[in-house]
Design a protein around this ligand. Structure first.
Ligand SMILES: [Zn+2]
Length: 434
């Protein structure tokens, strides 16, 4: 019994085999750092989005959601600073042609060197002085360091000239910032209020990914709170706790470490001041009580959606010894039932009972995602449901024909109860809410 250890390889294999996450463009050999969500992964991701939307938009006062375009006026990215300084310092090995980030080379060589505080010239000199070898071929023969902008760039229209350059957004936030005056006016909003958005962002990074942890295309759930200068510090503390609570409610625990899936920042008036300057539009707020004018401060709270999904999968994955003597181990995803892609599996004990079981499936499907499974022994079908985190299995058996009850088996405890068919929907619905 030594195979009950969680590893990323096992989680990746489960994701692939059970329809959570596939390698992007797989039949063409894939494309580095791209992944496609399969049927169950898409549901899991949608459940996270729904939970976020409920907690951040629906339940909060003065909170509005927008869905801004991925393509924006290129001036936005000049104002935000991304055209100027959103870049990685890269260099190529002249021997094997591999490309590396200079700061990574230095940090891997000596974690105490702190490359993030060095200029381009200092990094180049350090690599030379320490004769840092190429991690791929071991030789020391690098090009100069060049700044490589992380924004994906494309051209609008038919001519590929500098005037037609547009970018895929590298973050969602600017879509919320530029819509500040629209939301303020159309929703008759008053400070403090928030604009949230769920959407894709793109970064042309060369750093390898660790599954879906770092990808070139990813989805963010962002929340920007506009406030009076001076109110920002309290809001910053508030949203740090609010975000932590959200993750705990999803079923994550701090032992995983938080830092990289959520960031909360006090942006002060930097963003709106820059947009005011670059757009020439006044972005001041006029306090309706005091008539005071000021550019609002922003407290930003950003959530990585793909990283949240990955964290949920990693935490939920378990190999549980059911019977040590028989060497019986079950793979189970202990997902929060509200996050589970499928809420219930409907299982006829015998194929002869399929029609009645299918009726239950059709009825329950009006309320939540369910699955019908009639293949294999009931034990095997339970295990298949456990493996994808389905919290309930509903078995229709020969007694159901006469007494109108079905057996509901719960995933984590594996306990079974008899429930009248008419009450199954309520039984499950009350247990899968976020
Ligand atoms: Zn090399």
């Amino acid at each position: 019994m030594n195979n009950t250890e969680k590893t990323m390889d096992k989680i990746i294999a489960l994701c692939k085999n059970r329809g959570f996450i596939f390698a992007g463009s797989e039949i063409y050999g894939g494309l580095a750092n791209t992944w496609d969500y399969g049927p169950l992964g898409t549901r899991l991701k949608n459940n996270v989005k729904d939970a976020w939307r409920k907690r951040f938009i629906q339940e909060r006062r003065n909170s509005y959601e927008v869905d801004a375009d991925i393509l924006m006026n290129p001036r936005v990215w000049e104002a935000s600073g991304h055209v100027q300084s959103f870049s990685d310092p890269l260099l190529d090995c002249k021997e094997c042609k591999m490309r590396f980030r200079a700061d990574n080379l230095i940090d891997d060589f000596d974690p105490e060197a702190h490359a993030d505080g060095m200029t381009k010239t200092e990094m180049f000199d350090y690599i030379k002085a320490h004769h840092i070898p190429c991690p791929n071929c071991g030789k020391h023969n690098f090009t100069d360091i060049r700044e490589f902008n992380l924004m994906f760039q494309t051209y609008r229209g038919v001519t590929n000239d500098a005037k037609s350059v547009i970018y895929l957004r590298p973050e969602n936030a600017q879509g919320e910032y530029v819509n500040y005056p629209n939301v303020l006016r159309s929703m008759r909003a008053k400070l403090p209020f928030s604009i949230g958005q769920i959407g894709k962002a793109f970064r042309n990074e060369i750093t390898p990914g660790n599954f879906t942890f770092r990808t070139i295309e990813f989805e963010q759930m962002e929340f920007q709170t506009f406030c009076k200068p001076g109110d920002d510090l309290d809001l910053y503390d508030y949203f740090k706790d609010f975000g932590k609570q959200f993750f705990m409610d999803l079923g994550l625990f701090p032992s995983l470490g938080w830092g990289e899936i959520n960031g909360t920042h006090d942006r002060t008036d930097f963003d709106l001041s820059r947009h005011q300057e670059y757009s020439g539009q006044k972005l001041e707020y006029i306090d309706p009580f005091t008539n005071e004018r000021y550019v609002p401060y922003i407290v930003e709270s950003t959530y990585g959606l793909d990283r949240t999904v990955l964290a949920l999968l990693c935490q939920a994955y378990d190999e549980e010894v059911v019977d040590a003597e028989k060497n019986d181990v079950r793979v189970v995803l202990h997902l929060n039932p509200a996050m589970a892609p499928i809420k219930a599996a409907i299982l006829p004990l015998s194929k002869k009972l399929g029609d009645k079981a299918m009726e239950i499936r059709d009825e329950l499907s009006k309320s939540f995602m369910v699955e019908y499974d009639e293949t294999g022994s009931i034990g095997k079908r339970y295990r298949r449901a456990d493996e994808v985190g389905t919290p309930f299995c509903v078995t229709y058996d020969f007694d159901s024909e006469t007494d109108g009850y079905v057996t509901i088996r719960e995933r984590d405890s594996m306990e079974q109860v008899r429930v009248p068919i008419a009450e199954v929907e309520d039984y499950i619905a009350s247990r899968v809410q976020f």
